[in-house]
Design a protein around this ligand. Structure first.
Ligand code: SAH
Ligand code: SF4
Ligand code: F3S
Length: 473
């Protein structure tokens, strides 16, 4: 399943197989839809848009693909193993399809965009291939399949933000929700497939974003995470007046002003684009959570250059210093890639020393996986042997384990303000929720508090990922 230990479900394509269940439908013509999502939070958020578009058409969702008329798999291409997982899952669908040939199987998302109609040749059971910017066309494409043809729409758009579509909250706890604020990515990190699968960067209009946050708050939600591949380059300009424009810091402030009881998180920040203005906005509003996901990828300047990250080691360290200066209590997490093309042992050591410098609260760590069509695949040799990549990854993970422990131990004895999300996975006798800094906190249930409320918890002990405590008097 997609892990939720950062507010972004982003960066972890291992989150998988989460069936999305839609509670109600406007008009119910009885056709059943099953949607399974893989990849980053943007994909999960898109599945909610897909469910919304199809619920307008009378579809209802089911948690069981065996009884679905339409089975969608919303896919991720970020690393090779993300794609392998999807292909294995498709094999599992084929048994169901063999029994019920009318069942429609559709591939959505990044793999659909990457492979386009090739998917139909490679995977015979697939009827429908739809890229991330073409979901409005789904009703029409399903009609085509009903009429006996296969259907493909992988057109990318420069404008589509689905701003007017009110997502149907799927598998929701009713307390935390994602809001997409932009789509696509204009950075060309040489290892990354996202610019090819998601297209050009575009920002959604701020009024629809604030309205979505307000609607969520009115419906009882208490935390929103603003999503984009590079939220700091959010930029919206009014079509009527060039003078009215909104940047990310201003958007953050507008969303924070919805209510002091609405927590605001965001992901992902790019080190080259995060500004002091954003940091000051975070410092100014108590309800903007003090947590930044700031992927470093590598601690070595030459590797950062071949990755085309457009910052160097010193620039990144300066950003960390600015964060510490402006928001001293801020938690910082990261993404790291080991064994990128031509990475030497010494350069790998620079990543370890960067970890030492920051002592990240959390990290998502990967070994490099070459993606066809990316600048790195075209220009560089994937020349670090697999066993070396893996060994370096193990070193990075082992060090992060130490830092994770260090960071959670630092919280012991402190009182954390926790937004209660529900019962702990392990026991109905405990509640769980997140601290401002995004640590998962577990503590005994009290009748005085319900999910959706804030409570102060005194932290008594900690594991490398969880804080454990009791309600503070
Ligand atoms: N927009 C986000 C990242 C999205 S992808 C950002 O810029 O930070 C999430 C993470 O997957 C990346 O940060 C990177 O660490 C990792 N990743 C992307 N492409 C990869 C590849 N080809 N091999 C291994 N990891 C990769
Ligand atoms: Fe990929 Fe870089 Fe864009 Fe992130 S910023 S999505 S890593 S190209
Ligand atoms: Fe997300 Fe994977 Fe696409 S990380 S943007 S679903 S390639």
């Amino acid at each position: 399943m997609l892990e939720l230990n950062i507010p972004s479900k982003e960066h972890d394509e291992s989150r998988q197989g989460e069936a999305l269940v839609l509670d109600s439908s406007k008009n119910n013509d009885g056709r059943k839809l099953y949607v399974e999502s893989y990849g980053c939070a943007m994909n999960f958020s898109d599945s909610e848009i897909v469910a919304s578009i199809l619920s307008e058409e009378g579809f209802i969702t089911t948690p069981d693909f065996n009884e679905a008329d339409v089975v969608f798999i919303n896919t991720c291409s970020i690393r090779e193993n993300a794609e392998t997982r999807v292909r294995n899952r498709l094999k599992e669908f084929s048994a169901s399809k063999a029994k019920r040939p009318d069942m429609i199987v559709g591939v959505l998302g990044c793999m659909a965009e990457r492979l386009k109609s090739k998917f139909l040749e490679e995977e015979k059971l697939v009827d429908l291939v739809v890229g991330p910017d073409a979901y409005r066309d789904l009703p029409n494409l399903i009609n085509k399949v009903d009429d006996g043809s296969k259907a493909v729409n992988v057109l990318l758009s420069r404008e589509e933000t689905y701003a007017d579509i009110s997502p149907v909250r799927l598998n929701s706890n009713g307390i935390t929700a994602f809001i997409s604020i932009m789509r696509g990515c204009d950075n060309m990190c040489s290892f990354c497939v996202v610019p090819f699968t998601r297209g050009r960067e575009r920002s959604r209009d701020p009024f629809s974003i604030v309205k979505e946050a307000q609607d969520l708050f009115d419906a009882g939600y208490r935390e929103v995470t603003l999503l984009g591949q590079n939220v700091d380059s959010y930029k919206w300009k009014s079509a009527d007046s060039e003078e009215i424009s909104v940047n990310f810091a201003q958007l953050l402030e507008k969303v924070a002003l919805v209510s002091p009881d609405l927590r605001v998180r965001f992901s992902t920040s790019h080190p080259k684009d995060i500004t002091d203005e954003v940091l000051y906005a975070m410092a100014k509003y108590e309800n903007i959570c003090k947590y930044i996901h700031l992927p470093v990828q590598s601690g070595n300047t030459r590797i950062l250059e071949v990755m085309n990250r457009t910052y160097d080691r010193e620039w990144y360290m300066e950003k960390i210093n600015s964060i510490r200066r402006i928001i001293p209590e801020c938690a910082i997490s990261t993404d790291i890639i080991t064994g990128f093309c031509s990475e030497t042992e010494e350069e790998h050591q620079d990543t370890l020393s960067m970890q030492e410098f920051v002592k990240y609260e959390f990290a998502y760590m990967f070994s490099y996986s070459e993606r066809p069509g990316t600048p790195a695949a075209k220009k560089f040799k994937d020349d670090v042997p697999e066993d070396v990549k893996k060994r370096r990854l193990e070193e990075v993970i082992a060090l992060q384990q130490i830092h994770g422990n260090y960071r959670t131990q630092q919280r012991v004895g402190k009182v954390e303000k926790v937004l209660i999300e529900g019962f702990s996975k392990k026991s109905k006798a405990d509640y769980c929720g997140r601290s401002d800094q995004n640590f998962m906190v577990v503590f005994p249930v009290s009748d005085e508090y319900k999910p959706g409320q804030y409570v102060n918890v005194l932290i008594e002990r900690a594991t490398s990922a969880t804080l454990i405590g009791k309600i503070a008097q």
